[in-house]
Design a protein around this ligand. Sequence first.
Ligand code: IMP
Ligand code: MG
Length: 186
Amino acid sequence: MGAAGEQTRKASADDGRVLISAEQIQKRVGEMAAEIAADYPEGPLYLISILKGAFIFLADLSRAMKRPAVRIEFMGISSYGNEKTSSGQVKVTRDLDVNIEGQNVLIVEDIIDSGVTLTYLTRVLEQRHPKSLAIATLLDKPERRVRPVEVKYVGFRIPDKFVVGYGLDFAEDYRNLSDIRVLGEE
Ligand code: IMP
Ligand code: MG
């Protein structure tokens, strides 16, 4: 197989180099869940996730959280399309069904890259006056940041590589892998 960017490539289960194993992910997600549950001891906690990349992280994180009042909500935001680089355009394609005014809200993201998506989303949600608003991300690529983002919980800081698996895709492939891999090195 050639570089990940080739139009002709076919995804295979052996693609990519494992950067973070399934075991490492599960351990870290458990730690993050414990930390979050301790920081929000009372009342409902709204976990707001951006489709689709964060869906597996959200599922594991929420199940590892030993608190009952965890509310799960989804938003759709488009910024990347099927390209590896940001278009710089962000818009809400699917909004929340609930009013978050006066609620504790945690945005659950798969990866922060340029920071453009989260800068936009934070601005949108702040206008709805939640009691608190914070961000949890599984992965952070700090080298790529063009907009500063304040992130409360980070799973792993990773180098500037394009990664797939555990919810993250390349052109909609690889989301179902249970580890995180670097594409395009072969
Ligand atoms: P940002 O606005 O540049 O921070 O983009 C964040 C979004 O870009 C993520 O939610 C992903 O959908 C996508 N993205 C950024 N880096 C990667 C990557 O390495 N693999 C897969 N998707 C990525
Ligand atoms: Mg994506």
